[in-house]
Design a protein around this ligand. Structure first.
Ligand SMILES: Nc1ncnc2c1ncn2[C@@H]1O[C@H](COP(=O)(O)OP(=O)(O)OP(=O)(O)O)[C@@H](O)[C@H]1O
Length: 572
């Protein structure tokens, strides 16, 4: 099966929508072509009847009625066929898009980490669109390109099989050659697409990081890097387009060669006195029409190749395994434990046999040198990933046995990178609890010390903050994130440097708010400034993925180990 057909079959299976309407549409489009070509054969039959001494006066009316019926049938089938094809294909594509979005929505939260900027968005928008275009605009042309020549051929073979053979003798050569070439160019095209994706990621990085690059005089070298990428794309494109274009020309040439072999067969038959003029007239009129859809189909080959590549990338996402979701629910969660957890992102272990227990309503702080694995502990708690061995437990239940919705309902999260959406501050904070009233949102913002900057914004809580909150400072963004978590009022809080970007004046106050919040909650906090976690119920000291010390601030200082060293480094 040609690669594009394999791709289309997979799309239909992935969509899961009924395909009846699309098939009806395609059948009507084929019927339309039947109506378009039938007059030639009707005229042929009528002429043959007439020339062999039939009664033209009587049959000419019948011929006219048949021709009119063909025309009417053609118009009707064309209209209904297009309608059903479009509606059927769009319905199919809705199913496909939903499947892709649904799958991405259920992928491990850590999936997008390590992906180039815009890569996933490109798959959901551009690649799915490529697939959609084939189904909505080209599938009908492809089906008629395959069905019409077969129909013509069946009738022509009935009229004269030798001339028919002469006409299509080169067709298998064209199809086999094209199929082999398309597999080859698909491989080359994949390489080109990877280069394109990589380069667009580089461009996004260049544009978003232009300030840093210019401040460090790195814009020039970066542009040189881009130039080299463009050269590589040009080289790959030449390979794909020039040679790929050549294979299309070869396919067309082989098809048109069929007209030559038809002429040669006719000459041979005429020479042996075995060619009737009427038969030759029919073949002369119809031969080009038979080849026409096959020749036209070559115009879609580039799009088909691009769709096949796009479908491949979408499939790679669809094949990404989802984290298993168990049936258990979580009531009144608050107890958190790591039970012999070892985890690695790639080859190197980042956490090794880590065990700890955070009792309900306590604050656990995680400290350690950079790269020790502190944020990774939070990532596993938020189930961005599952550990390779050991278990993360909530109320003693392995989180692999929990429904993920249940889990997230019990987690409040404030991480270093704050994701904000293009909307008002009210909308953004309300993500914490969609049913919260304006007053409750305002109270959460107040508790997160947002009042200062909110009073400076023209619309206060109703100010639009632009895409990802570009018009807010890092500290302001972080305070909104804290307000969100406060509003959510979840029994477990995961904080990664919650006060990292907040000015010194607000730091103490926010710390107070978080301590108050911790009173009836379990808080797991990653902290770099150790004075903020002096009062934590337990401090876990990590070093290269291992738990090296554990206890309260005073006890750890007295121990004189890594914690005491870190404390001294911070000049306390
Ligand atoms: N998505 C990822 N893919 C591969 N490696 C990763 C990924 N995230 C983190 N790492 C690596 O895992 C190790 C632990 O990272 P982690 O962010 O947990 O450390 P950390 O203690 O929080 O560091 P810091 O204090 O600097 O934020 C580091 O060596 C880091 O390079």
């Amino acid at each position: 099966m040609p690669p594009f057909l394999e791709s289309m079959t997979r799309v239909v299976a992935a969509s899961g929508r009924p395909t009846g309407r699309l098939w009806r549409g395609l059948a009507l489009r084929v019927l339309e072509r039947v109506c378009a070509i039938a007059p030639f054969f009707l005229a042929y039959l009528w002429l043959e009847d007439t020339l062999s001494g039939g009664a033209p006066e009587r049959s000419i009316g019948l011929l006219a009625v048949c021709l009119a019926a063909c025309l009417a049938g053609q118009l009707l089938c064309s209209y209904l066929g297009q309608l059903h094809c479009f509606l059927g294909a769009y319905d199919l594509m809705i199913g496909y898009r939903e499947r892709v979005i649904d799958h991405i929505g259920r992928l491990p939260l850590g999936f997008s980490q390590g992906q180039r900027a815009g890569h996933l968005a490109g798959i959901v928008t551009e690649d799915v669109k490529r697939v959609e275009d084939i189904f909505t605009h080209i599938s009908a042309e492809l089906v008629t390109a395959a069905a019409v020549p077969l129909l013509y051929l069946a009738v022509l073979a009935w009229v004269d099989w030798r001339l028919s053979l002469g006409l299509v003798v080169t067709l298998p050569l064209a199809v086999i050659g094209l199929n082999a070439a398309s597999r080859f160019f698909l491989e080359r095209g994949r390489h080109k697409q990877e280069l394109l994706l990589d380069t667009s990621g580089l461009i996004v990085e260049f544009v978003t990081g232009i300030r840093t690059l210019r401040l460090f005089n790195q814009a020039g070298p970066w542009l040189d890097r881009l130039d080299r990428r463009f050269a590589a794309i040009r080289h790959a494109s030449l390979g794909v387009e020039a040679w790929g274009g050549g294979s299309i020309q070869l396919y067309r040439f082989c098809l048109e060669l069929g007209l030559v072999t038809l002429l040669l067969t006719a000459a041979w038959l005429a020479g042996s006195g075995d060619l009737r003029p009427l038969t030759w007239l029919l073949f002369g009129l119809v031969a080009a029409k038979l080849l026409e859809p096959l020749l036209d189909a070559s115009a879609f080959l580039t799009e088909l190749r691009s769709m096949t590549l796009g479908e491949g990338r979408v499939r790679a996402v669809l094949e990404q395994p989802l984290l298993p979701d168990g049936p258990q629910s979580l009531s009144a969660a608050g107890d958190v434990a790591f039970d012999g957890v070892s985890f690695r992102y790639q080859d190197e272990w980042v956490l090794r046999d880590l065990s700890f227990h955070a009792a309900k309503g306590t604050m656990t702080a995680i400290v350690g040198p950079s790269g020790a694995g502190k944020s990774t502990v939070l990532h596993l708690l938020a189930r961005f990933f599952d550990p390779q061995s050991g278990a993360v437990r909530y109320n003693g239940i392995d989180c692999r046995d929990l429904e993920s919705d249940q889990l997230y309902r019990h987690l409040g999260i404030v991480f270093q990178t704050v994701q904000l959406f293009d909307g008002t501050i009210l909308d953004n904070v309300r993500i914490g609890r969609p049913e919260a009233s304006d007053e409750e949102v305002a109270a959460a913002c107040h508790a997160a010390y947002c009042d200062g900057f909110l009073s400076r914004l023209p619309g206060g809580l109703h100010t639009r903050i632009g895409e990802n909150g570009q018009c807010l400072s890092g500290g302001e963004r972080q305070r909104l994130s804290i307000a969100r978590a406060l509003l959510k009022d979840a029994p477990i809080l995961l904080l990664d440097e919650a006060t990292a970007s907040v000015d010194p004046e607000a730091q103490y106050e926010i710390q107070q708010a978080l301590s108050r919040l911790a009173r009836d909650r379990t808080v797991i906090v990653v902290a770099h400034r150790l004075h903020t976690i002096r009062h934590a119920d337990q401090i876990l000291v990590l070093d290269r993925g291992r738990l090296v010390e554990q206890g309260r601030h005073e006890a750890l200082l007295a121990q004189g180990g890594l914690y005491a060293e870190l404390w001294q480094d911070q000049g306390r």
